[in-house]
Design a binder for this molecule. Structure first.
Ligand SMILES: *Cc1c(COP(=O)(O)O)cnc(C)c1O
Length: 312
């Protein structure tokens, strides 16, 4: 968790913080969930793992499977940036490129897993990924002296980051580590070309309808439907938070602004949190002296094709 005074003065927020998840192994917060999930699966005798991925989850699974010596099968959309593909193959996993989205990849894993003897590591289909991601919530409290910030802005795809942190806050309240009733407002950011949670939030719905023709360069956000949609929507509402959609041009421009004012080269998903903060500011939804945390969920180095573009 890093103070971001220059980005803070540029945006007009005096206590702006960045949770920089790009420094995790394999360059994204996905390492948190998949290290826990692979450890738990290996301890129970699982030997073959499979995962549908928008990019980072496949890389993290391939890496931890390599470390544990487990067989690994990764299904990824064909147009995922090349770094994600190379990382998986380099770690010795079998990579299958799919003409479609993560939801199509998930369908293939579901269809083949029984015959192939694979264990399905999809988001929220096993219980340990969310336990690993929960550590983001614990760290926020620990690194702020056992207080939580006022606002957390998180780029949302499958939603385990949000769901995991919300679970962590609940647990820490029960443990007596933090004061009850002082949780942050949770803000979900999605890309305008794939925003099922934003649409459901605005409609007051309890679950989200799948998004048709999902399109965004922020591959981690290209998740047209999420099994945990109701958990995300519940957390956003219970927290008094909101959901924001930003365009690809906005999130790419914001990625460069983010880097220019912090020295952190963010994933486009991380840039999206800055674009969302600017939107919330326009709408007077955040006070200038509130403690706001932007989550940079991954490293810009995996998205060179995407970030080699400087919108005006
Ligand atoms: C997976 C991913 C997301 C979305 O996170 P969820 O917890 O699945 O909602 C955001 N950013 C990056 C870089 C990702 O890899």
């Amino acid at each position: 968790l890093r103070a971001a005074p220059r980005l803070g003065s540029w945006t007009g927020f005096s206590r702006l913080l960045i949770k920089d998840e790009s420094v995790n192994p394999t360059g994204s917060f996905k390492a948190r969930g998949l290290s826990a999930a692979v450890t738990a699966a290996a301890a129970r005798g699982v030997t073959k793992l499979a995962i549908p991925t928008a990019g980072n989850a496949g890389g993290a699974l391939a890496a931890y499977a390599a470390a544990a010596g487990l067989e690994c099968h990764v299904f990824m959309p064909r147009d995922t940036p090349v770094a994600f593909q190379l990382e998986v193959r380099s770690c010795g996993a079998r990579l299958e490129l799919v003409d479609g989205l993560i939801s199509d990849c998930g369908r293939i894993v579901g269809e083949r897993q029984e015959a192939m003897g694979w264990f399905d590591m999809s988001t929220l289909k096993e219980p340990y990924r969310v336990e690993g991601k929960k550590t983001m919530g614990y760290e926020l409290a620990e690194q702020l002296g056992w207080e939580l910030p006022d606002v957390v802005i998180y780029p949302t795809g499958g939603g385990t980051g949000l769901i995991g942190m919300w679970k962590a806050f609940e647990e820490m309240e029960q443990l007596g580590w933090i004061e009850p009733g002082r949780r942050p407002r949770m803000v979900s950011v999605q890309a305008a070309g794939c925003a099922p949670i934003v649409r459901a939030f605005e409609a007051g719905a309890e679950t989200a309808q799948p998004w048709q023709d999902a399109q965004t360069v922020a591959s981690g956000l290209r998740v047209p439907g999420a099994v945990g949609d109701f958990l995300m929507l519940r957390a956003l509402r219970e927290s008094g938070g909101t959901a924001v959609a930003v365009s690809d041009d906005e999130l790419i421009a914001a990625s460069h602004d983010f880097a220019r004012h912090t020295g952190i080269f963010p994933a486009p998903e991380g840039g999206a949190t800055l674009a969302a903060l600017l939107r919330l500011k326009e709408q007077d939804q955040v006070e200038a002296d509130e403690r706001v945390v932007l989550f940079n969920t991954g490293s810009g180095y995996k998205y060179l094709e995407t970030l080699n573009h400087f919108p005006q």
